[in-house]
Design a protein around this ligand. Structure first.
Ligand code: UD1
Ligand code: CA
Length: 466
C-alpha cells in the first residue's frame, strides 16, 4: 500500500474573482495559481502519480493547462457539480482510498513554502492526529473559517455559520489538511449540507471526528504564506508577496538592484552574481542572466539568454533571444523570435531584430529592421537600413557576409545576398547578389536643376499677388 497522496481541490467557481477564466489559472507573476501549488508538492518529493487535481468549473481549461505544464501521470479528476469542499474530497475517494494518508490542499493557496508543506506531510508521522489542519492568525479574519480550540481537539466553524462571538476569533483555517485515510473513510459520508451555504464542508470533518473519539489538531503558519486567493485584490497581494520573495532571493545571491521595489523577476528566471538591475526592469519566462550583465532601466526580458558582461543600456525589449558575452543593446530596441547577438555585437537605438543572427563584432546601431537576416562578423549596418523580408506571402531571407559595409538607408529586397567584403551605397535598393568585395550602387542618379530656387520664389510671389 502506498503511504501518502495529495489531493488539490481546484473545481470551485471562483465567483468572487469576477473573471471569465477559472480561478486557479489566474496569474501570480507569470505562473498560474495552480502551478505554484503543484510545483510545491513536487518539490516535496511526491511523485506525480500520487497527486490528483480535482477540476470542475472551467475544468477543460484547467485540464488542458495541467497536461501542458506537468508530467503525464499527474491525475486529473472531475467534480462535475461543485457542492462544497467535503463533496470534493468525497468525489475523489476512489483515488485516495488505497493510500494510508491523504493531504488535501485548497487549490487557491499558492504562497505556501516547501518547508511548510513538508511540515504538514511530516505531521502524519510526528503526531497521532487523525486530522491535522494548518491555521494562521490574522488581524483581518474576514470570511475564513474560524478555528475553535478545545482541550484536546480542534474544530472549524465557517464564517457564514458563525456567531458574532466566534467571528471574533483570529485564528483561521488555511485550507490545508493531513488526514489518515481509515478514519476519514469512516466519517466522510456523515458530512451534511445543513448550513447557510447548503454546501458539504470538509471543515465539518473535524467536529465529526471529535464526536467519534478521533484526534484532531492544528498548527500555525505565517499568514503571509497561507492566505487564500478569492478576489482580484487578494491576487494582487499574492503577486506582491511572491515578487518580494524572488527579489530577496536574488539579492541574497549577489545580484545588485538600485530599486528592488520596482523590479519584477519570474519564478523560472536565473541570475548570476554581479548582475546589475536598474529600476523598472521586468524579467519573465525562463530568462538567464549571466555574471556582470547590466540591465538598464525599463527593459523587459522574456525567455532571454544574456551573456556575461552584456550591456543593455535602457528600454530594450528582448524576447526568446540570445545576447552573447560582451554584446550590447539599446536604448530602445526590440530583439525577438530567436534572434542572436554574437559576442561583441551591437543592436542600438530604434532597432528591431526578428529571427536574425548578428555576427561577432557586427553593429546595427540606428533605426534598422533586420528580419530573417544572417550577418557575418565585423559588419556595419548604416542607419535606416532594413530588410524587406515579406513579399505579402512568404518571409524571405537576407545573407550578409563577413566584413560587409552597408550604406545608410539600404533596402534589402529579400531573398538578398551580400558576399564577404561587399558594400552598398547609401539609399540603395538591393535586388541582386552583391559579389565579394564589390560596391553596389542601386539608386537614381542625382540631377541638379540650375536656377530652380529663383524660379520657385518668383512663382510663389506671383500667386500671392494674384
Ligand atoms: C475554505 C474553507 C475555509 C478556509 C478557506 C481557506 C471550507 C468549507 N472552507 O473556504 O474554512 O478558511 O478555505 O482559504 O472548506 N473547491 C472544489 N470543489 C467545491 C468547492 C471548492 O474543488 O465544490 C475548491 C476551490 O476551487 C478552492 C478550494 O476548494 O480551490 C476552496 O474553496 P473556496 O470556495 O475558495 O473555499 P473558501 O470559501 O475560501
Ligand atoms: Ca478560498
Amino acid at each position: 500500500m502506498n503511504k501518502l497522496c495529495v489531493l488539490v481541490m481546484a473545481a470551485g467557481k471562483g465567483t468572487r474573482m469576477k473573471s471569465a477564466a477559472p480561478k486557479v489559472l489566474q496569474p501570480v507573476l507569470d505562473h498560474s495559481i495552480i502551478d505554484y501549488v503543484i510545483n510545491n508538492i513536487l518539490s516535496c518529493g511526491v511523485s506525480p502519480s500520487d497527486i490528483a487535481v480535482l477540476v470542475g468549473s472551467g475544468g477543460d481549461q484547467v485540464q488542458a493547462h495541467l497536461q501542458k505544464n506537468f508530467p503525464g501521470d499527474l491525475n486529473i479528476l472531475w467534480q462535475h457539480e461543485q457542492k462544497g469542499t467535503g463533496h470534493a474530497v468525497k468525489t475523489a475517494q476512489d483515488f485516495w482510498s488505497s493510500y494510508e494518508n491523504l493531504i488535501v490542499l485548497n487549490g487557491d493557496v499558492p504562497l505556501m513554502t516547501q518547508e511548510s508543506l513538508e511540515k504538514l506531510i511530516e505531521s502524519v508521522q510526528t503526531s497521532d492526529n487523525d486530522c491535522t489542519v494548518i491555521s494562521f492568525v490574522t488581524e483581518n479574519p474576514g470570511a475564513y473559517g474560524r478555528i475553535l480550540r478545545e482541550k484536546d481537539s480542534v474544530s472549524i466553524i465557517e464564517f457564514k455559520d458563525a456567531s458574532e462571538e466566534i467571528r471574533k476569533i483570529q485564528e483561521v483555517n488555511a485550507g490545508c489538511y493531513a488526514f489518515r485515510v481509515k478514519p476519514l473513510e469512516k466519517i466522510i459520508d456523515l458530512i451534511q449540507n445543513n448550513n447557510v451555504q447548503k454546501e458539504y464542508y470538509l471543515t465539518d470533518a473535524l467536529s465529526i471526528m471529535n464526536n467519534h473519539g478521533m484526534k484532531t489538531g492544528a498548527f500555525i503558519l505565517p499568514e503571509e504564506e497561507m492566505q487564500g486567493i478569492n478576489t482580484q485584490a487578494e491576487l494582487a497581494a499574492a503577486g506582491r508577496v511572491m515578487r518580494k520573495r524572488i527579489i530577496n532571493h536574488w539579492l541574497g545571491e549577489g545580484v545588485r538592484m538600485l530599486d528592488p521595489e520596482s523590479v519584477y523577476i519570474s519564478p523560472d528566471s536565473e541570475l548570476a552574481p554581479d548582475v546589475v538591475i536598474m529600476p523598472g526592469v521586468q524579467i519573465w519566462g525562463k530568462s538567464k542572466i549571466r555574471q556582470g550583465a547590466y540591465i538598464g532601466s525599463g527593459s523587459i526580458l522574456k525567455n532571454a539568454s544574456i551573456g556575461e558582461n552584456v550591456q543593455i543600456i535602457a528600454y530594450a525589449v528582448i524576447e526568446d533571444s540570445e545576447l552573447k558575452n560582451n554584446s550590447k543593446a539599446g536604448p530602445f530596441c526590440y530583439i525577438r523570435d530567436n534572434s542572436c547577438l554574437e559576442e561583441k555585437a551591437f543592436a542600438g537605438k530604434f532597432v528591431e531584430l526578428k529571427n536574425s543572427h548578428i555576427g561577432e563584432n557586427s553593429k546595427v546601431p540606428h533605426l534598422s529592421y533586420m528580419g530573417d537576416a544572417t550577418l557575418g562578423h565585423d559588419v556595419n549596418i548604416g542607419a535606416g537600413s532594413i530588410t524587406c523580408n515579406y513579399d505579402g506571402k512568404n518571409k524571405n531571407k537576407t545573407f550578409i557576409g563577413d566584413n560587409c559595409f552597408v550604406g545608410s538607408d539600404t533596402m534589402f529586397v529579400a531573398p538578398a545576398k551580400l558576399e564577404d567584403g561587399a558594400a552598398t551605397a547609401a539609399g540603395s535598393v538591393i535586388t541582386q547578389t552583391v559579389p565579394e568585395n564589390s560596391l553596389a550602387v542601386a539608386r537614381a542618379r542625382q540631377t541638379n536643376i540650375q536656377g530652380w530656387s529663383l524660379l520657385h520664389n518668383q512663382l510663389i510671389k506671383n500667386s500671392k499677388n494674384s
